[in-house]
Design a protein around this ligand. Sequence first.
Ligand code: ADP
Length: 398
Amino acid sequence: MNILVINCGSSSLKYQLIDMENEEVLAKGLVERIGIEGSRVKHTTTGKEEVIIEEPMPDHRKALELVLNALVDTNYGAIESMDEIGAVGHRVVHGGEKFANSVLIDDAVMEALNDCIELAPLHNPPNIMGIEACKELMPNTPMVGVFDTAFHQTIPMSNYIYPLPYELYEKYGIRKYGFHGTSHKYVSQRAAEMLDKPIEELNIVTCHLGNGASVCAVQGGKSIETSMGFTPLEGLAMGTRSGDVDPAVIPFIMEKEGLTFDEVNEMLNKKSGVLGISGISSDFRDLEEAAANGNKRAKLALELFCNRVKKYIGAYAALMCNIDALVFTAGIGENSISIREQICDDLECINIKLDKELNQVRGEEAILNKDLTSTSILVIPTNEELMIARDTLELVEK
Ligand code: ADP
């Protein structure tokens, strides 16, 4: 069966068509600037040249229509007709407490998704738009929702509850939800396969280090703690997000700088993190170059980032007694040799010993140490699309 995986952002749509017979990607692409002037589809069918289709796209429905046309195009398409798409898997950011697993989408699920908008006002509406557009264009194709939060629904209450008045949890669902769940699940399962050990017996710490970044403690295959919280703002310092700060800082800066709630929210989400500290860039390649050229604030931003990751690894080692495997994934985790080295530096105290020679890899699966008595350190490129396609296939076949 071929499965179309859709990931809708507010003005973008990423897609992959995967043949589940052999889990091969038949085609993939990206739609940019939906609803904005200059919208375009970048489409690549495996084995063919990339094509760019420039056409006005006022909404996600039009974007999806162009994607489907591209997939069946006689010159640059991957399939002959839409009937060859057996099911669609949608990435959905927030499933609240309602979804601990992926689900077949029906009217009741749509209602529950709408209820979750309050929890993720920026992310869920475009996800829902993508589902609505698909329902219109492919009314007979089954669809599945796969949630970023679902994997973390196994976190015990003592880890997910915030030390705030308990009524806030009951009234508004204020608690840690965690994100990047599909990625943490994929790489932890893959780590167990690479180490040839049953996941049920492993304590794994997974570090998803991209523009958004989070760490997860995976015990016996289940998430028991993660660094992101009620929103993706908590935890590590990220490209532009602050991560953990003393909450008292927020009313303080609002008063001192005369900021509105929206302005302070924008500052914490878009102008903080390593961008805020360095004043240069949120991109780690720029920061590494600037630090190498003696820029002190770029160096400080990188040190702060690595120290935060280290602190979470240490905390999760304490929660799980020991760590069998430490996994690096996403843009920075997969590609930055020096960030992995800085994070692992001086962690012998918790049995983490990186082999600097084996660490010279980018963007491919690798085990970064050979010493069997210490924590295995792995690089695993994440594959959220494949994970979404696998869940979709499983539910559709049921
Ligand atoms: P997201 O999906 O959250 O946007 P990615 O997982 O694609 O993010 O990661 C993007 C980040 O990865 C970039 O901002 C950049 O900092 C980092 N990155 C990518 N390649 C490299 C590299 N070779 N060295 C260092 N950092 C890199």
